[in-house]
Design a protein around this ligand. Structure first.
Ligand code: T5A
Length: 207
């Protein structure tokens, strides 16, 4: 069976991590080798870059610096985890990938899309996800889920304004509109069993 590259995207609290575990369990049940990973992160050094971009430090990160750090982490992740796993025939399930940079740094922060696309071409060339599950939900619902959990310890992104996340959400929906063959937009405000049922049907079609 051909290896697949599946990404999960959406704003904060959409349920990506919860669903990523469901996808892994689905694969395991069918004896399909699966590898769960995330961005930014996925390798020891990329996880250190993750810390840098998420922590609320004293020094401001410009939108361009943020973009470069995301791609630096992605380059490490591709070299040490994603490409080797796909080459071994494993299905890679990745919690966020370049669409997150397009939505957060591009639509959210206003970074030039030409810069983002030229970095994407340099870092992963023709490699793109086979399937992207976009978990879409109203911003206030997603933020209520994560802010309840964070209890005052929100990271640099979680502390952003509602207006920022509205731009990110709109950016994601625009990406999905442009690539309907790759994206599946899922109502993530629905009960978890309904979300899982929808994802199961999508995965059956991918096998
Ligand atoms: N980033 C990342 C960029 O800006 N650019 C990039 O290029 C990349 C790669 C990473 C941050 O980095 C930014 C975006 C992010 O801000 P992260 O930890 O990957 O951070 O992302 P978060 O979105 O912050 O992760 P969260 O854990 O907050 O959200 P998830 O994973 O979407 O949500 P999850 O699964 O943890 O669920 C949240 C809560 O909701 C419940 C869960 O039980 C949990 O309590 N839940 C549901 N409740 C009701 N109904 C459902 N259907 C539910 N699904 C989940």
């Amino acid at each position: 069976m051909t290896a697949r590259f599946i990404t999960l995207e959406g704003i904060e609290g959409a349920g990506k991590s919860t669903l990523a575990k469901f996808v892994l369990a689905y694969l395991a049940q069918r004896q399909i080798p699966g590898r769960l990973t995330r961005e930014p992160g996925g390798t020891p050094l990329a996880e250190r870059i993750r810390q840098l971009v998420l922590e609320r430090g004293a020094e401001r990160l410009s939108p361009v610096t943020e973009t470069l750090l995301m791609f630096a982490a992605r380059d490490l992740h591709l070299e040490h985890v994603i490409r080797p796993a796909l080459a071994r025939g494993e299905w890679v399930v990745c919690d966020r990938f370049t669409d997150a940079t397009r939505a957060y740094q591009g639509s959210g922060r206003g970074v030039d899309s030409d810069l983002i696309e030229s970095l994407a071409a340099a870092v992963h060339g023709g490699l793109a996800p086979d399937c992207t599950l976009l978990l879409d939900l109203p911003v206030n619902v997603g933020l209520a889920r994560v802010r309840g959990r964070a209890a005052g310890n929100s990271d640099r992104f979680e502390a952003e304004t509602q207006a920022f996340f509205e731009k990110v959400r709109a950016g994601y929906l625009e990406l999905a509109r442009r690539e309907p063959g790759r994206f599946h937009v899922i109502d993530a405000a629905a009960p978890l069993d309904a979300v899982e049922g929808r994802v199961e049907r999508i995965l059956e079609d991918l096998e």
